[in-house]
Ligand binder design. Structure first.
Ligand code: DGY
Length: 323
């Protein structure tokens, strides 16, 4: 008998066929996120769940007595309580590698967009406000030869460093718990203390996973250390930056601007002051949103799921994040 699994998101025919070959499955086909009540009903008798993001806590586990694998269709997995899962014999998996280049591209989009004011300029040209361009605000900031500081030098950080160093002649400095000698050698990176990275960078990129340690890693004091015209880019998790402190720093001119793909609350609230600020460029958490990357993530998640419920070893088991 095939193992039973639930797929909590529509997937391509190819991914569905692959799962069908190995599992007895049901699937959520709506565009909207699956409501919690329906999810909890559907996981009562399955061994595997594939889902973009699951909040795995006591409540979730009570509703899934036979569950063996939670296969996340994302690289971040801060919503999984890895200790609790281990105690209950549940394996968590995620989808690293296949989205690294795609997220790095988006980050470069945010760097270019926030420094060269692309979204405002687009708006002005389309609104027939060409003459607004005389405003000194639009004498923007060069990206080439500037200093990029990357906080968190993982796989995605390295892809950003590569683009910055080889493509834009930027000086790249980074802060990370451990040194990355290979990347240093390849892209001329220099490891520094967090304070130095904040003080010396024209662009500061936060690229760390969300843990207790990185929650509000960038707050009032850290923002104060940054150059007055520096731009903060965040495409990792909103809670890595203290959003109130960021709003204040932007308001007070402590920093020059921000390019944000992630927020403390998502979807971002319409009343969030960041949305009214001319020197802030926003995107709606779409770092990995290209057709190719999303398909590759779904296929990888399907492979992890199938391996986990058929007695194999999933390739991408999550590691403990220090919560
Ligand atoms: C990820 O994969 O973690 C991206 O941020 C999308 O959630």
């Amino acid at each position: 008998m095939k193992p039973k699994v639930y797929i909590a998101k529509p997937v391509s025919q190819q991914v569905e066929n692959y799962i069908a070959e190995h599992c007895d499955y049901k699937i959520w086909r709506e565009k909207e996120d699956i409501p919690k009540e329906i999810l909890y009903k559907e996981i009562q008798d399955v061994q595997g769940l594939m889902i973009p993001k699951a909040k795995v806590n006591e409540d979730f586990i009570k509703n899934a007595p036979q569950l063996k694998v939670v296969s996340h269709i994302s690289v971040g997995y801060e919503t999984l309580d890895t200790d609790l899962m281990e105690q209950n014999g549940i394996v968590g998996t995620h989808t690293p590698y296949v989205l690294d280049d795609t997220v790095a591209d988006l980050i470069f989009g945010l760097i270019l967009s926030s420094s060269r004011r692309l979204s405002q300029l687009d708006r002005y040209v389309k609104n027939g406000e060409w003459n607004k361009l005389d405003d000194p605000f639009f004498l923007s900031k060069d990206v080439h030869h500037a200093t990029l500081g990357i906080i968190g030098m993982g796989r995605i950080g390295e892809q950003v460093a590569k683009r910055a160093s080889l493509g834009f002649d930027m000086d790249v400095i980074y802060y990370n718990r451990s040194a990355r000698p290979e990347a240093e050698e390849k892209y001329g990176l220099e490891k520094k203390e967090l304070e130095q990275v904040l003080q010396e960078s024209d662009f500061v990129l936060t690229m760390v996973p969300l843990t207790d340690e990185t929650h509000h890693l960038i707050g009032k004091e850290e923002l104060k250390l940054m150059k007055k015209d520096a731009i903060l880019i965040n495409a990792s998790r909103g809670k890595v930056v203290n959003e109130q402190a960021l709003i204040q720093a932007l308001h007070d001119g402590e920093i020059g601007g921000a390019g944000l793909d992630v927020y403390e609350t998502e979807p971002v609230e319409a009343t969030n002051p960041l949305l009214q600020m001319e020197n802030v460029v926003t995107t709606p958490h779409i770092g990995s949103a290209t057709a190719n990357a999303r398909e590759a993530m779904a296929m990888k998640a399907a492979e992890n799921l199938v391996a986990g419920v058929t007695g194999g070893k999933p390739e991408n088991v999550v590691k403990e994040l220090k919560h």
